[in-house]
Design a protein around this ligand. Structure first.
Ligand code: MN
Length: 200
């Protein structure tokens, strides 16, 4: 069994103006596809071919760096595509909204803290909202690491992810990462995030 590139579920130009069509197409068909190809090559003929990506990440310290980088790359991008949508609800609702208020004080406070994590991640990496026990925690990771990995400083089930590698925004935003982060909040699929929160 090998890992396959998931469909986005929307067109490459669907997230304009927050994310431009060319960035989406290159990100999906070149970057994400490359992580999957490299992961499949690395696990070919090993017992890892029988494992889910989540199970591989949970014991990532046992595996080679190529699996950490590309397995993380596959999981992270698969989640990222899923939590984006054109014209989604601008605010979370239900149990997720209540928990955001309980853990961060308000949705505005949450957005400020998440944007801070995303903007201060030096170099390439990701910002995360994770479910940890019954609470929500914001964290960030370098490169393609994530909170499912046994080596992560902050562990939990990711329910929201933001790619802050330059390849995610440079064509449209160049060095202005904060503008990209601000635009991200316009395209979050809060219905999916709420579902991940309840399941996670
Ligand atoms: Mn990326």
């Amino acid at each position: 069994m090998s890992f396959k590139l998931p469909e986005l579920g929307y067109a490459y130009n669907a997230l304009v103006p927050a994310v431009d069509a060319q960035t989406m197409e290159i990100h999906h068909t070149k970057h994400h596809a490359a992580y999957i190809n490299n992961l499949n090559t690395a696990i070919s003929g090993t017992e890892l071919e029988m494992h889910s990506i989540e199970d591989i990440l949970a014991e990532i310290s046992k595996h080679a760096a190529v699996i950490r980088n590309n397995g993380g790359g596959h999981y992270n991008h698969s989640l990222f595509w899923k939590i984006l949508t054109p014209g989604g609800a601008k605010v979370p609702s239900g149990k997720l909204a209540s928990q955001i208020n309980a853990d961060f004080g308000s949705f505005e406070n949450f957005k400020t803290a998440f944007a801070q994590a995303a903007s201060t991640r030096f170099g390439s990496g990701w910002a995360w909202l994770v479910k940890q026990n019954e609470h929500l925690v914001i964290t960030s990771t370098a490169n393609q690491d994530n909170p499912l990995m046994d080596i992560a400083e902050v562990k939990g089930t990711p329910i929201l992810a933001l790619d802050v590698w330059e390849h995610a925004y440079y064509l449209n935003y160049q060095n202005k990462r904060p503008d990209y982060i601000k635009a991200f909040f316009e395209i979050v699929n809060w219905d999916i995030v709420a579902t991940l929160f309840v399941k996670g």
